[in-house]
Every structure is written in structure tokens, then in C-alpha cells.
Design a protein around this ligand. Structure first.
Ligand SMILES: [Zn+2]
Length: 467
């Protein structure tokens, strides 16, 4: 007897699509059967014509983040409710060290903020902002707390996030020693700062000039420099939000040479270009790195098709449009980042799978399985298999969507994808056996989301093959 049976759907893994019945008992997947097998369940969902997929895993979110005087609108409660509507069942947020604080203190603080608020499961990357010997020593302790990935910024000195090359190298060496994955925002801060200063001093602070303040060479140079540091330290490295075709090519080559280098991109870098900065609401798209060109969109689609870019994350930052509007006449006054957990799967599905750019199996790899494997959640999450958590999203590939501010749930007051049309709608989301969204209605289970301890498999850190 199952608690829940999802019958007759197209059950998808990164390598296979089969028609099957998925039986759930308690929080776990208890059996996967050929359709027609006599099975009993308290409740059966008919998934005929639907994709049955592992719930989305978003490895890059910023809920309840402060930057300068701004705070994101969506904290753990509102943000994860929107994520559930978008078919995401696990997210990895950040615990950034503040001046004078330890990694552990900040992690405990962030964990306490999420507990009882998040409606889906969660984990944290530890954010290192000070490269002191005591911080480096603490990294091993973070691993024992189930936090084996460390985020580093190469920009944002003014927000106390920047670390220099010496700190990167020290963190990489320790990561290689203890079995951790460094996660890096790669931009050359000198080039960014000089370009920004030059534009502002010439009176070109309007948002239409924004892309020029963070030239593509800033990313391309930083990716290659950081790969060199990681290689010399014998460390794996994961780059967040890759935007340029030259960065993709550098990552592709390093992977071919056997280095454990992983890249992430985001739906906006796949689907939008820097032309949006010419629009009236161009300030809504201020993010770092900025949007690029159509040829970069193409290179990124190719990269996710062949998996030289391993994941598609949201980089969710739900600044309200009134905060973003401060960047209209002076782009450096807007908090950088774009809202996106809710639209991540619908955009990737409607613009990727529906349009034949990627297969449904790739979609699963990019949105769930690879993030789970890289960050140590697999096989508990990221796959529909007996014994795995029953984290499932049902997507109707034929249902039309039109994304508008009025039909999405985050609190930003705008959507970067306003007016975007396509096919493929997440219609039901299940988190550890509980239906939390059904037929586009949210079903609350207060305090349902749980902190998940992670541990990254040694082979992920040793070679660039995601097994
Ligand atoms: Zn981010």
C-alpha cells in the first residue's frame, strides 16, 4: 500500500525516459513500476501526458539578502513558496561571513532564519570573505556540519565580499586537502572598477551604458586566472553564472584536459541580451556580470547541450523594482541581481525543451541531477529512484504559459520574462512525499522545509566527469 501513486507519467532521468508508475511511501520513493502493475495507494495522481521529473534543485539563491541599503523582498518563506510554484524542491543559499564573524556563526544564523520558514528543503554554501588562518582552519569544521562548498567573490570590495588571489589560493589548497568544492564569482575587479569610474566621470551613468561597466574581458580573464590557481592547488572549482562564449571555451578546454572545472549559467544569460539596457525599465536587468550578446546566448545553449556547462541556476535576488529604479540614471546605485527561482524551470523548459534546443533528459541533468551530484545531495535528491526523497515535479509539456508579473509569486514587482510565451508548466510539486503545490494551488505545510547535510563524492573533486 502506497501513500501516493503517480500513475502513467513519463518518468525522466538524465539518460532515460520511461512510462511508469511511481509509488511513494512516507517521504521516500518506494517503487517504480511498469504501468498496469496492480498497485494500491491512498491517493493516485493520473500523470498521463505529463513529465514526472526530479524536483528542481537550485544551487544559487539569495533569499533575505542585504546589499547596501537594500534587502531582497523574498525571504525564505515567500521565496520558497514562489520556488515551489516553479517546480523547485531544494535550494542552496549562502551564509556570507561578515567582518569579524566566523563561518560557523553565520551559518547557524542563516540556518535559524530558514528553519520553519522555508517550504522546501535547503542547504547553504559557506561564504568566505576573510582569508585569515582561523577562517581557513574553520573550513574543515564546516564540512563536518554538512557544508562542503565555499563561495568566493572576486569583486564587491565595497560590500566586504571581495577576496584577493592569495585568499583564493589558500582556500583552494585547503579545499583540495579536506574535500570541498570552491564556488567562484569570476570578474576582474580592477577592470570593472576602472570601467565603471570612467563611465561615471564622463557623465555616462545612465543604465544604457551599464554593460560597458563590466566588460566581457573582466570575466574571461578572471575565469582563466582562477582556473590556474585551482589547478596549481590541485582543487576543483565551480564557476557561478558564466556569461561569455570565451569563458565557456576556456572551461571546455580545461575539462578536456581532465581538470575538475564546472560551470553554471542562468536562464537570463541564455535568453536575454544587453539590448534590454536600452529599454525604459532597463534598470531591472542590472546584474553582475551583465547580459551579453546573441552569440553568447547561442554558445551557452550549445554548452548546456553538451554539458561543458553543468548546471542552470537562478541566482535569485528579488530586489523590488523600486530599488532597482535607483539605477536608472546612475547604474551603480541599483542592487545587482535578478529575481528567478520561480521562472527557472519554466523558462528552461519552454525556451529549451519545447523549442528542441535541449532534450528533456538534459533538462533534468541541468536543473536537478547535476546540482545534486556536484554539491553532494545525490542520490538522496536529484533523481527519481527507489530510496530517494520523493521530491517530484509534474510538468505539462502542452500547457501554454505566458509569464506576467500578475501570475508569478515572488515579490519583486516585475518579471524579467514579462510577456514571455511558450509551452510547459509545472502543475504539481511534491517535497518529501508532501504535495505542496497542486494544479497551480499552494498547499501549506508550515515548517516543512528541512536543512539537508551534504557531502561531496571524491570523484567529483578529482575529475570532470559527473557520475
Ligand atoms: Zn549570486
Amino acid at each position: 500500500m502506497f501513500d501516493l501513486l503517480i500513475a502513467n507519467g513519463q518518468v525522466v532521468s538524465p539518460s532515460l525516459t520511461i512510462t511508469a508508475d511511481v509509488g511513494i511511501r512516507g517521504e521516500k520513493i518506494a517503487g517504480i513500476f511498469e504501468p498496469g502493475t496492480p498497485l494500491e495507494a491512498y491517493r493516485t495522481i493520473d500523470a498521463t501526458g505529463l513529465y514526472v521529473l526530479p524536483g528542481g534543485i537550485d544551487p544559487h539563491t539569495h533569499y533575505g539578502m542585504r546589499f547596501g541599503n537594500s534587502v531582497t523582498r523574498d525571504h525564505y518563506r515567500e521565496g520558497t513558496l514562489a520556488a515551489a510554484f516553479g517546480g523547485t524542491t531544494t535550494f542552496i543559499d549562502f551564509a556570507f561571513q561578515e567582518p569579524g564573524s566566523t563561518l560557523i556563526d553565520i551559518f547557524r544564523k542563516r540556518e535559524a532564519e530558514a528553519k520553519g520558514q522555508a517550504v522546501i528543503d535547503y542547504a547553504f554554501h559557506s561564504g568566505i570573505t576573510d582569508g585569515s588562518a582561523s577562517t581557513i582552519r574553520e573550513m574543515a569544521e564546516m564540512i563536518s556540519l554538512g557544508v562542503p562548498s565555499f563561495k568566493l567573490f572576486t569583486v564587491y570590495r565595497e560590500a566586504n565580499l571581495f577576496v584577493d588571489d592569495a585568499t583564493l589560493f589558500a582556500v583552494f589548497r585547503e579545499a583540495a586537502r579536506i574535500g570541498a568544492l570552491p564556488v567562484v564569482h569570476a570578474e576582474n575587479e580592477h577592470i570593472v572598477n576602472r570601467s565603471t569610474r570612467d563611465l561615471l566621470s564622463q557623465g555616462n551613468g545612465a543604465v544604457e551604458y551599464y554593460a560597458g561597466s563590466r566588460p566581457r574581458v573582466a570575466e574571461i580573464e578572471a575565469v582563466q586566472r582562477i582556473m590556474l590557481l585551482a589547478r596549481e592547488a590541485s582543487s576543483a572549482v565551480y564557476f557561478v553564472h558564466i556569461t561569455c562564449k570565451e569563458s565557456v571555451e576556456a572551461i571546455r578546454q580545461a575539462r578536456r584536459q581532465g581538470y575538475p572545472v564546472y560551470g553554471e549559467t542562468c536562464p537570463h544569460y541564455l535568453t536575454l541580451t544587453d539590448e534590454v539596457y536600452q529599454k525604459n525599465d532597463g534598470y531591472n536587468y542590472i546584474m553582475a556580470p551583465p547580459l551579453r550578446r546573441t552569440e553568447d546566448n547561442h554558445a551557452l545553449w550549445e554548452a548546456i547541450r553538451e554539458l561543458s556547462i553543468a548546471t542552470v541556476a537562478s541566482d535569485e535576488s528579488s530586489w523590488h523594482t523600486t530599488d532597482k529604479a535607483r539605477g536608472k540614471t546612475c547604474f551603480d546605485q541599483a542592487p545587482p541581481g535578478l529575481v528567478g527561482t520561480e521562472t527557472r524551470l519554466p523558462v528552461l523548459f519552454s525556451q529549451g525543451v519545447s523549442q528542441g534546443k535541449i532534450s528533456i533528459n538534459r533538462f533534468v541533468a541541468l536543473s536537478a541531477t547535476n546540482p545534486a551530484k556536484l554539491f553532494g545531495l545525490y542520490p538522496r535528491k536529484g533523481i527519481l529512484a527507489v530510496g530517494s526523497d520523493a521530491d517530484i515535479v509534474l510538468i505539462d509539456p502542452d500547457e501554454k504559459i505566458r509569464l506576467e508579473v500578475s501570475n508569478i509569486h515572488h515579490g519583486a514587482g516585475y518579471s524579467p520574462y514579462g510577456g514571455l510565451k511558450g509551452k510547459g508548466v509545472p502543475i504539481t510539486t511534491i517535497s518529501r512525499g508532501r504535495i505542496i503545490m497542486e494544479n497551480r494551488e499552494f498547499i501549506d505545510h508550515p515548517g516543512h522545509g528541512k536543512f539537508i547535510q551534504r557531502s561531496i563524492k571524491p570523484e567529483i573533486l578529482a575529475e570532470p566527469i559527473i557520475r
